[in-house]
Design a binder for this molecule. Structure first.
Ligand code: FAD
Length: 305
């Protein structure tokens, strides 16, 4: 089994998601080679062959050009799998590669079992194993799911790419999304509201606890989708990735998309009525209680310390 890993960089730095691709290949038990449109000064710690295309020549983001270069590498390496991050770059490029190869496309992979990719269904409540019929497959990996057990090491054997392609698109740059003054990624304490808060008025209860702990409040996606909180408060794959010292999950079940955004928290407290909620598996302290009773009492005690 051989995997071609498509790395990415932003603002002159290799993205950490590159190591998620490496971890995926390791879990798959595959040999791997890597592809990067970037430069010599952003190479990953990686023990393998890296095909490097100079981004100053081929542009940081140009799906037409990058597709052509990738196809050349695929022809040479004949990988069984082409692996992208589930990012805007991956969303654009991966389907183009699937079509060009006539290979199965499996999006948002969260696990791999005996070489079979696993994807979430029913808003993450269930998982589906996807058996493909084509010999090659193109996958995108959900962020934050695969991680290396040890620090990455090694230096790649760089193979420069020098493909003649007519540049048909111009990349204008990335624009940071507005965060409206809230930057959860820098917060040391985050208290997050899940669907279990029941109604929008209860957001205030969560905000009060966050304030008493000297932190910010966050939210799971259903809370944001219901417009009980702004999107800049959402934690998870389609929200922010956070790593506070303390994360308090109130009425949050622990879906993989939420965990992907907060599992690097140093200490996790979960408050949930369901003793079997998956968040309990990663919580350091699991309080089995109705948050509507527990949170106000805790807040009051903290305020009166
Ligand atoms: P639920 O899963 O409904 O859980 C509610 C929890 O509250 C339950 O465990 C319940 O026992 C508990 N509860 C109920 N009442 C109380 C009470 N009174 N006191 C205490 N506990 C109570 N989700 C995210 O959060 N972030 C993302 O970025 C994200 N991105 C996604 C991207 C994609 C492509 C997809 C498909 C899904 C995404 N999701 C995301 C959704 C995710 O799959 C889950 O649906 C979501 O995280 C569930 O939110 P929740 O835990 O608040 O709600």
């Amino acid at each position: 089994m051989k995997a071609l890993l498509v790395a990415e960089y932003r603002d002159g730095k290799l993205l950490n998601s590159t190591y998620e691709l490496v971890a995926f290949a390791e879990q798959l038990g595959a040999d791997s080679v890597m592809f990067l449109v970037g430069s010599e000064n952003m190479l990953p710690q990686y023990d393998g062959t890296l095909y490097l295309a100079d981004s100053s020549k081929y542009s940081e983001f140009n799906p037409v050009v990058h597709k052509q270069m990738l196809l050349d590498v695929i022809t040479k390496e004949q990988p069984d799998m082409v692996v992208f991050s589930h990012s805007s770059y991956g969303w654009d490029l991966a389907p183009r590669i699937s079509l060009a190869l006539n290979a199965a496309h499996v999006s948002e992979v969260v696990d791999i079992i005996n070489g079979v990719p696993v994807v979430p269904v029913c808003n993450g409540k269930l998982r589906r194993e996807v058996k493909v019929k084509t010999t090659q497959m193109v996958v995108t990996l959900q962020s934050g799911v695969f991680s290396l057990d040890v620090e990455p090491s090694g230096s790649p054997t760089v193979v420069p790419i020098d493909t003649e392609v007519a540049v048909q698109l111009v990349f204008c740059g990335y624009e940071e999304a507005e965060t409206g003054g809230v930057d959860l990624s820098k917060a040391e304490v985050i208290v997050s509201a899940g669907r279990g808060i029941g109604k929008p008025e209860n957001i205030e209860m969560i905000a009060q606890l966050a304030k008493a702990l000297g932190g910010e409040f966050g939210a799971s996606r259903p809370v944001v989708d219901a417009e009980w909180a702004e999107h800049n408060r959402q934690v998870g794959t389609t929200g922010q990735t956070v790593s506070p010292k303390l994360y308090v999950a109130c009425g949050i079940s622990g879906a993989i998309q939420h965990l992907a955004g907060m599992k690097k928290s140093e200490f996790v407290v979960a408050i949930n009525t369901d003793k079997d909620a998956p968040i309990g598996e990663i919580a350091d302290v699991f309080v089995i209680a109705d948050l509507k009773q527990f949170v106000p009492v805790l807040t009051e005690k903290l305020v009166n310390i």
